[in-house]
Design a protein around this ligand. Structure first.
Ligand code: AMP
Length: 224
């Protein structure tokens, strides 16, 4: 197994990884990070627990560090189906980007929009959002996505299960055409494959076996 130094991440990311205590990249990270750094779109089949958050955040942070931007337009958008997952991605971002000056914020529904609007007005490089609140604030003119370069659709299968497909389609219509797209999903049913082919450009597929659902210490027998 390679270690993180083989992935050519910048020293500020290497330092963060060391501070957090990761030693080796997980399989999805070893596969996806070079592909994202290379600028390719990604179709990732991976569940929560595989390290997929770092698999997309680390290379996006690395790429953002190389693009100079004075007035902090939103340059990366991560779409998540639930507020809990969005908050978790936000926490991971704060850890991974701890030695950089990049800023992020997390927006989701069910709470007052005031503090979220205030954070957006300060300027953020990375926006992590659930679909409904994102479209709501975008419709009100608080979110400008015209400079966005990286789009991550996380847990796409859950998004569809929760009925977010129309929101995702509306959102895709307002995103700038030139961008790098990453889609992650635990499962790949037909509707996800269709959605993926509607906006991913010649994606590289990365995949990890689902975590084994059996425990080694439990003996399993079949009685006929
Ligand atoms: P995720 O699948 O992104 O939700 O990550 C699941 C958990 O694995 C989180 O607690 C991460 O902090 C942790 N994690 C991610 N990458 C690594 C790694 N390379 N080594 C050890 N732990 C990791």
């Amino acid at each position: 197994m390679t270690d993180f130094s083989a992935l050519n991440l910048s020293p500020v990311l290497q330092q963060a990884i060391q501070d957090i205590g990761y030693t080796t990249p997980s399989p999805i990270q070893a596969q996806a990070i070079p592909v994202v750094l290379d600028g390719q779109d990604v179709l990732g089949c991976a569940q929560t627990g595989t390290g997929k958050t770092a698999a997309f955040l680390l290379p996006i942070i690395q790429k953002l560090l190389t693009i100079n931007s004075e007035n902090r337009p939103i340059r990366a958008l991560v779409l998540s189906p639930t507020r809990e997952l969005a908050a978790q991605i936000g926490e991971s971002f704060a850890q991974y980007a701890q030695h950089t000056t990049l800023r992020h914020t997390v927006i989701f529904g069910g709470v007052k929009q005031g503090p979220q609007v205030k954070a957006l007005k300060r300027g953020v490089d990375v926006l992590i959002a659930t679909p409904g609140r994102l479209l709501d604030l975008q419709g009100q003119g608080f979110i400008d996505l015209s400079e966005m370069k990286f789009f991550v659709l996380d847990e796409a299968d859950r998004m569809l299960d929760m009925g977010f497909l129309p929101d995702i389609r509306r959102l895709l219509n307002v995103l700038p055409a030139e961008r790098q797209n990453l889609l992650f999903s635990a499962t790949m049913p037909n509707d996800i494959v269709e959605l993926a082919s509607s906006f991913l450009n010649n994606p590289t597929r990365v995949e990890v076996d689902p975590e084994s659902s059996t425990v080694d210490q439990i003996e399993q027998l079949v009685m006929y």
